[in-house]
Design a protein around this ligand. Structure first.
Ligand SMILES: [Fe+2]
Length: 454
């Protein structure tokens, strides 16, 4: 135990530091034969005892791959070998501080902060990329999870890339942005499905903020500028990097993808970590996501309760309205991503435990929302089980929305072990169709994606 007083280093947030391979895992139920590929998940997993106060976002990225083929399952996990982690491994101890506590011995040989490569993992241009929003992606080998090195889009982009890029369903283009504490603060990018950077465009948001996610349609890219403001001057003093400043309000920039023109909408302060989707309907942009009233990035709690909200942005008269659609904790929204930028009907979320200060992933179960009827269904995991982000995999390329499976990793507190579960999306509250059992736990992580076998 690194620090018994820090919730992000205990329970199932505590790191699992062994790397390994396991074949022919025990499966309860039956794995659908259509699931041929790998579920990659990633999360923070500090390899060494942190130097100062540890924040959940600081830990070294570890990839967990569940490889499914012909109804059988294998598992492999590896750390992303970042330059920072390699330097620490050489010395056998932590050398870097983190988001809320710098606590680092100054060294000209080390970069000022660690690219932790811990937030999201995607298949892109026949590569596996581990993403961390403050820096460049790391490329990994899809089968062995060996770290190849930093990925720079053929030498064209050496800088921050959001952990939440989107795929354009029309052509496979990768749509993304990077943010920084210096003007223009945000840069929009588009890259082809072959890994080539095709477009970059600065967007002056007027305020240097933490921007975790964005959302795009065929015609627009939408950026929420929520006032979790950079304070670089805090870092040498060991103080938190981001401070919540509600006096700025939240503004929403809608960029026309053809012209680059940005239309701004302004409202009271709120924060969004994750969006579900956005689409155009009757002259409005409709944006679905999870909203918190405020954000605290200075300690062990995020200081707010994420709820399902919808924003209606009127592109003609510049008005906006926002509405709360559900009153229970919900986060880590996912949907059928073939509908990115188009009208969706269903969303899948973690379903919360409002009493847990680390409620972001210590969910009580999983939730499915029907946006057409307003109905929700819950996969209730009972007392000892909790699950992370649920992601949707279609049955096949032609199947309709919601015809497929929801994949998640759950943690059984009583047994201190994790399982990968497969739910039939259309029988969401029913028992999992398959449970893939590990002999150890997978710490609460952030995001993952399904990559079909080639
Ligand atoms: Fe995220």
């Amino acid at each position: 135990m690194f620090d018994s007083g820090n919730p992000f280093l205990n329970g199932n947030y505590a790191p699992w530091r062994e790397e390994g391979d396991a074949f022919d895992l025990e499966v309860e139920g039956e794995l659908p034969r259509e699931l041929n590929g790998a579920l990659y998940r990633i999360g923070p997993n500090p390899h060494f005892k942190p130097l100062g106060r540890y924040h959940w976002f600081d830990g070294d990225g570890m990839v967990h791959a569940f490889i499914l083929r012909d109804g059988r399952a294998a598992y492999r996990n590896r750390y992303v070998r970042t330059d920072g982690l390699k330097a620490e491994m050489k010395q056998g101890r932590a050398l870097f501080g983190g988001l809320i506590d710098k606590a680092r011995e100054p060294s000209p040989e080390l970069p000022p902060f660690k690219n932790a490569a811990n937030t999201n993992i995607i298949g892109y241009a026949n590569r596996l990329l581990a993403l961390f929003e403050a820096s460049s992606p790391h490329e990994l080998k899809p089968l062995t999870l060996e770290t190849v090195g930093l990925f720079d889009f053929g030498g064209k982009l050496n800088g921050p890339v959001t952990a939440h890029p989107k795929f354009d369903p029309r052509n496979g283009d990768l749509l993304f942005f990077g943010y920084a504490p210096f003007p223009p603060y945000v840069t929009w990018y588009r890259a082809g499905s072959d890994g080539k950077l095709l477009e970059s465009r600065p967007i002056d948001t007027g305020l240097p903020v933490m921007m975790h996610d964005f959302i795009a349609t065929d015609d627009y890219a939408i950026f929420f500028v929520c006032p979790s403001v950079f304070h670089l001057e805090n870092v040498p003093a060991g103080k938190p990097l981001f401070i919540w400043e509600p006096q700025h309000g939240t503004k929403i920039g809608v960029m026309n993808r053809k012209t680059g023109d940005v239309k701004w909408f302004q409202d009271e302060a709120f924060f969004v970590f994750h969006f579900l989707n956005a689409y155009e309907e009757n002259g409005e942009l409709i944006v679905d996501g999870c909203r918190m009233d405020s954000l605290d990035m200075t300690g062990n709690s995020f200081g707010g309760k994420p709820l399902i909200w919808r924003w209606n942005l009127n592109l003609k008269d510049g008005s906006m309205r926002q509405s709360q659609l559900h009153d229970g904790f919900a986060e880590f929204p996912r949907f059928d991503e073939r509908l990115a930028g188009r009208k969706h009907r269903y969303g899948y979320f973690t379903n919360g435990d409002t009493e847990s200060p680390q409620n972001a992933t210590a969910s009580k179960g999983l939730l499915k929302r029907d946006y057409q009827t307003g109905k929700t269904e819950v996969q209730d995991l009972g007392k000892n089980l909790a699950a992370g982000e649920p992601l949707f995999v279609p049955r096949n390329a032609k199947s309709s929305e919601d015809d497929g499976w929801v994949l998640a990793v759950w943690y059984d507190q009583a047994r201190d072990r994790s399982e990968m579960i497969v739910l039939d999306a259309q029988n969401f509250a029913g028992a999992p169709v398959a449970r893939v059992k590990l002999q150890h736990r997978v710490p609460w992580g952030f995001h993952g994606n399904w990559v079909p076998a080639q």
